[in-house]
Ligand binder design. Structure first.
Ligand code: PLP
Length: 395
């Protein structure tokens, strides 16, 4: 099996699992309890919070909150900030955010908030000038993802934070950092960013645990009310094994950043160039610059993405399609549509996402199999004239 879908989820690192096991087997006490048996779980939370603080490049452990996933982190940040100050009714975000952000704003739109969705160009890069123009004193919240999950584009969030605060100092700036975490450095110290959400399962911790950095100056109302956990900001007995695992995963991810930037990027580039060179109907959807090192998104013209995925799967290759299957109908990706990717490639777009566990031989295998698959699929495509024209053009 060749796993090239690491933006969907990642394998748990064995070292992470080892850190988690004692809290599942023997050290199961509630970390809030008073007896000695609770000391180890309480200590595990303390260590994980320090590891997350270092991962975020934050100043203080009090700025780190544990959640259950990236979606909860986004909801906690957005709803927490907007419900804390209801006098401002304007939100700015981008057209290429994850549904956990976009669908949260839909709820606020129904309540009468005005939401501006900032455009991207054909390479997925954000129109920062458009964003700058939209910020006013009535803007309650701006949110921009650090890196996009489908195409890997990196947004200049530090610069955007400066712009937002210079125009409206009390506007809150939230960053969905889920796809940046573990791929590029996310250093919040000395920036004007208020909040950054991450999700453990995207950087080799298990599913079901996430984190939120909240700058000390930023005020939130809690999303989950109840006990005193997370200093009253997120009630519920802490998921000690998973939090301990995410702490270790964060430490390992931080140590692997230079490997991501060099080796993972080298393999990604090899895969990308290998496919673009050997498959005549392939076109790059991702931008060549400002991109996380592990992601490529390639459009295969006049071929259906789901068919490509099934054929890849027959060869044991896991990747992901640019289209999301919504209630039985195939809807092209909102990200690729925002970029204006031509209709001919929209439905046949495939995302390959690598990790530090990806091997060179895996990449060689995919480069070998992709032309074989495409040979089969172009033969059964109803667009024979268009494919022939493309073949001649790219000869
Ligand atoms: N944000 C981005 C950019 C993502 O890619 C994802 C997951 O794919 C999420 C948020 C949601 O994370 P989770 O699945 O942990 O809720």
């Amino acid at each position: 099996m060749i796993y090239l879908d690491n933006n969907a989820t990642t394998q748990v690192d064995k070292e992470v699992l080892q850190v988690m096991l004692p809290y599942l087997e023997t050290e199961y006490a509630n970390p809030s309890s008073m007896y000695d048996f609770a000391k180890k779980p309480a200590e595990a939370l303390k260590i994980a919070r320090e590891q997350l603080r270092d991962f975020y490049g934050a100043e203080d452990v009090k700025e780190i909150f544990f959640t259950s996933c990236g979606s909860e982190s986004a909801n906690m940040a957005i709803k927490g900030a907007l419900n804390c100050n209801k006098s401002k009714r304007h939100i700015i975000t981008t057209k290429i955010e994850h549904p956990c952000v976009l669908n949260t704003y839909k709820v606020f739109e129904k309540e009468g908030y005005k939401v501006d969705y900032i455009s991207v160009n054909s390479e997925g890069q954000l129109d920062v000038d458009e964003l700058k123009e939209k910020v006013t004193k009535d803007t309650a919240l701006v949110s921009v993802m650090w890196a996009n999950n489908e195409i890997g584009v990196i947004n200049p969030v530090e610069e955007i934070a400066e712009i937002v605060k210079s125009k409206s100092p009390d506007t809150v700036f939230f960053v969905d950092g889920v796809q940046a975490a573990g791929k590029i450095p996310i250093v919040v110290r000395d920036t004007q960013i208020d909040m950054v959400g991450v999700s453990g399962h995207k950087f080799h911790a298990p599913k079901g645990v996430g984190g939120l950095y909240v700058n000390k100056k930023c005020r939130l109302t809690p999303l989950i009310n109840g006990g005193h956990q997370e200093r009253g900001m997120r009630a519920g007995t802490e998921n000690v094994p998973y939090i301990a695992g995410m702490g270790k995963a964060a430490e390992l991810a931080k140590d692997s950043l230079s490997y991501e930037a060099s080796e993972v990027k080298r393999l990604r580039d090899k895969l990308e160039q290998g496919i673009l060179k050997n498959v005549f109907n392939a076109r790059l959807n991702s931008s060549l610059i400002n991109r996380v090192p592990n992601t490529t998104n390639i459009g295969f013209e006049y071929v259906e993405g789901e068919l490509i995925l099934l054929h890849l799967s027959d060869y044991g290759i896991c990747a992901s399609s640019g289209s999301a299957c919504t209630s039985g109908s195939l809807e092209p990706s909102h990200v690729l549509r925002a970029m204006g990717i031509p209709f001919t490639a929209l439905h046949g777009s495939i995302r390959f996402s690598l990790s530090r566990f990806t091997k060179e031989k895996d990449i060689d295998y995919v480069i070998e199999k992709m032309p074989v698959i495409m040979d089969k699929l172009t033969k059964i495509s109803p667009f024979q004239d268009e494919l022939n024209a493309l073949r001649n053009l790219r000869k």
